[in-house]
Write a protein that binds this ligand. Structure first.
Ligand code: SAM
Length: 322
């Protein structure tokens, strides 16, 4: 097992199935242009081999499938059909929910029991303004169907000053009524936001302000969360939970166990680092040749982790997934 001086190791893998997305969210894609799949993206078979090798070489236990938008990818079906056979203890998926209704049968058949759906507002006009793609009613419909099918659902919201702060309480009400857990993700200094501090500062909303806002309507108390969880979790005694992923306010680098694999075969040990390590060429090799080389790259990827706090990075979420 590869472990660093702080006792950190890779346990959770996030795999980006494709960089393509049917949204162009303002904080992710500054020019508003929809993303298409990169020409050199790996096939579903190669990505599956990548996950299998990383389970062995790094001790990966849990997998999150992300993107881009994973549900737009033709690789989704072959990937989902194979990934359940790899012996992972948990497989989940992060989606914007636009194609959820259509892809739900496949996800259920593949054994998915947990979904994270990104939704920044319940206001149709604000939705159009932030997501710049898709349609709110379709997402809400998909969420109802996923709930009816018994999936455990978390909603991800990025609070943005001037864009959706008025949606913090409506989204929390919506989630509590349905047994969903809302996760507020503090805006991260990534991509264009890492290069433009004033754009970041104008929009950023910290955990303190969020909790104050929630406290106007709800009593809440901190709840337990696993040691390497990124979210601080809160319980509302009336019934329900919410979480805050407070990259800026309460950094969690000390316990980070995440590894990311991009759709083009690059390993990222840390969102804050511009280092990346190519493994695409190893995936055609037999196990006995691939694993030693992979382990050497994993040592370097682990060394890319920040000691203490997320300091921002030029890498964009759309490339490696959230
Ligand atoms: N398309 C999928 C989705 O919408 O969930 C998966 C990919 S998306 C990049 C994953 C998550 O990253 C979303 O919840 C999105 O809101 C979040 N995200 C993207 N850029 C971010 C940023 N700069 N700060 C915080 N969260 C960000």
């Amino acid at each position: 097992m590869i472990v660093d001086r702080q006792g950190r190791r890779f346990r959770n893998l996030r795999i980006s199935l494709t960089a393509a997305c049917n949204y162009a969210c303002t904080y992710c894609v500054p020019d508003g242009k929809r993303l298409v799949a990169a020409q050199d993206e790996l096939s579903a078979e190669a990505l599956i081999r990548g996950v299998a090798y990383l389970i062995e070489a790094a001790g990966i236990e849990r997998l999150r499938i992300t993107g881009g938008e994973p549900l737009v990818s033709p690789k989704l079906e072959p990937f989902m059909r194979a990934v359940g056979t790899l012996g992972l203890s948990d497989i989940s998926l992060t989606t914007n929910g636009q194609l959820l209704t259509r892809k739900l049968p496949l996800l259920l058949e593949a054994g998915i029991r947990r979904l994270n759906v990104s939704l920044d507002t319940l206001d149709a006009e604000a939705f159009r303004h932030i997501a710049r793609g898709g349609d709110l009613a379709t997402v809400l419909d998909g969420l109802e169907q996923a709930r009816a099918a018994g999936l455990k659902i978390k909603l991800n919201m990025v609070p943005l000053r001037g864009k959706n702060l008025d949606q913090v309480l409506p989204l929390l009400d919506y989630c509590l009524e349905r047994g969903f857990e809302l996760r507020f993700i503090e805006l991260m200094r990534m991509g264009h936001l890492a290069r433009d501090p004033s754009a970041f500062n104008q929009q950023f909303v910290g955990m303190g302000e969020l909790l104050e806002l929630i406290g106007e309507r709800y009593v809440y108390q901190q709840a337990e969360a696993p040691l390497d969880a990124t979210a601080l979790r809160y319980e509302i005694p009336e019934g329900g939970f919410f979480g805050v992923i407070a990259n800026e306010s309460v950094p969690f680098c000390r316990t980070c166990s995440r590894l990311r694999l991009s759709s083009t075969g690059w390993l990222h040990g840390c969102l804050s680092s511009s280092n990346r390590h190519y493994i695409g060429d190893l995936l055609d090799k037999p196990r006995h040749q691939a694993l030693p080389a992979l382990q050497r790259l994993l040592v370097r990827a682990l060394a890319d982790k920040q000691d203490l706090a997320f300091s921002g990075g030029v890498t964009v979420m759309k490339i490696i997934g959230g």
